[in-house]
Design a protein around this ligand. Structure first.
Ligand SMILES: Cc1ncc(COP(=O)(O)O)c(C=O)c1O
Length: 399
């Protein structure tokens, strides 16, 4: 039986055809017709006015912070429950991350804590330079609250939508909140170009500047001339071709991941002490990863026992993101709250969720999780009746 991965790439004939088209056209460069078409098609799919194709989601967050003028000495408030790249990008511009706990109802940035932190900074007379929200595991943060809070304190909002392409908040797509948003096309994401990212914005000035800076900040001149520091952050035309193919199947991929989530719920919801990541009523997650928490005292086995049982059957699963404020590299930075995400990290597990996961493979995963629970709840071994002359303890040892 083949290994079941957490979220492997899911690409087919169309991607291959477009990739070969890019190759045969000799646009084997970080520019070309597929880059332009990918940007147009992507902007349309997320309802953004502008999209800039980049070499990674990390590059997109970095450029967004840079363009918004965040720099040394500044603070950026962000969710602690995320992948390290969110916080790395803040340090690339010389700023300091200040972490905020998540809400138990959404596992995303807690709006009440965010409000409290912005109010405290306002009183101190030194406001944060930006808020960087994260749409965790494919579920949007609570943007009605977050957008209003940021606007009230006059702090620009950036959206790290790396995991949430295809998700919605109300009738709006992920990535349409804030000044700009970043998406990732890393190999494990809902669509992939092997590596890549997109910066989207409703503002032309941000998109134009991102394109300029990402192309080594080349001034318009026949020779190479540079008036500021640039970056080599553009997406290859070959990879953009793959991305175009992937984008066409995005609605099917979202439907497939949501169906996988539904099947896990049907198979596992009744297990004692196991709970699914809540889906907030305000939107629809793309269910990038299906995540559960396990109460070891009720379930009878810990998250780690389940993970190891899956691994023994050649099935990949992962603990939830280790919160940033617990990471050795970030543990000296400010943190607001912490009890919710620390508990999630302790008890949370991401299950295989790739859009190519077959029903049979998913049944294998569910059977192992169920067995981990059943083993711990099976009745204690019963012993045959005790002959009068035999000591109970000896009898049991012999058995
Ligand atoms: C929340 C989050 N932010 C940022 C990134 C970085 O994206 P990339 O790997 O494309 O640089 C990722 C994923 O890799 C992510 O999950």
């Amino acid at each position: 039986m083949k290994r079941i991965h957490l979220s492997p790439p899911d690409a087919g004939a169309l991607e291959r055809e477009l990739l070969l088209d890019a190759f045969d056209s000799n646009w084997i460069a970080p520019l070309g017709p597929h880059v332009e078409a990918f940007e147009r098609e992507f902007a349309e799919s997320v309802g953004a006015a502008h999209a800039v194709a980049l070499s990674s989601g990390t590059a997109a967050i970095h450029l967004a912070l840079h363009i918004l003028g965040v720099g040394p000495g500044d603070e950026v408030l962000t969710s602690t429950m995320t992948f390290a790249a969110t916080a790395y990008a803040i340090t690339y511009v010389g700023a300091t991350p200040a972490f905020v706990d998540v809400s138990p109802e959404t596992w995303n940035l807690d709006p009440d804590l965010l409000e409290r932190e912005l109010a405290a900074r306002s009183r101190r007379g030194r406001q944060a330079a930006a808020v960087l929200s994260v749409d965790l595991y494919g579920q949007c943060a609570d943007y009605t609250r977050i957008v209003e809070i940021c606007a009230r304190f006059g702090v620009p909002l950036l959206e790290d939508a790396a995991e949430a392409l295809g998700a919605t908040y109300g009738d709006r797509p992920a990535g349409s909140f804030g000044e700009c948003a970043a998406f990732s096309f890393n190999g494990n994401k809902i669509i992939t170009t092997s590596g890549g990212g997109m910066l989207v914005s409703h503002r032309r000035d941000i998109a134009d500047r991102a394109r300029h800076l990402a192309t080594q900040a080349r001034d318009p001149a026949p020779h190479y001339q540079h008036s500021e520091i640039g970056f080599n952050y553009r997406l290859s035309n070959l990879l953009a071709a793959v991305g175009r193919g992937q984008l066409r199947s995005l609605p099917a991929k979202v439907a497939q991941r949501r169906a996988i989530n539904g099947r896990y719920r049907a198979a596992l919801s009744a297990l004692p002490g196991l709970q699914f990541m809540p889906e907030a009523a305000y939107g629809e997650s793309n269910c990038w990863l299906t995540c559960v928490t396990v109460d070891p005292h009720v379930f009878g086995a810990s998250r780690e026992t389940i993970r190891l049982a899956l691994e023994a059957a050649d099935i990949e699963s992962r603990p939830l993101w280790k919160p940033m404020h617990l990471q050795p590299v970030f543990n000296r930075f400010p943190m607001a709250g912490g009890a919710v995400c620390e508990d999630l990290f302790e008890r949370g597990l991401c299950l295989p969720s790739g859009s190519s996961l077959t029903v049979d493979d998913q049944a294998r995963v569910a059977a192992i999780v169920t067995a981990a629970c059943a083993e711990s709840h099976s009745p204690a071994p019963s012993f045959p009746p005790l002959p009068d002359h035999v000591d109970q303890a000896i009898w049991e040892v012999r058995l």
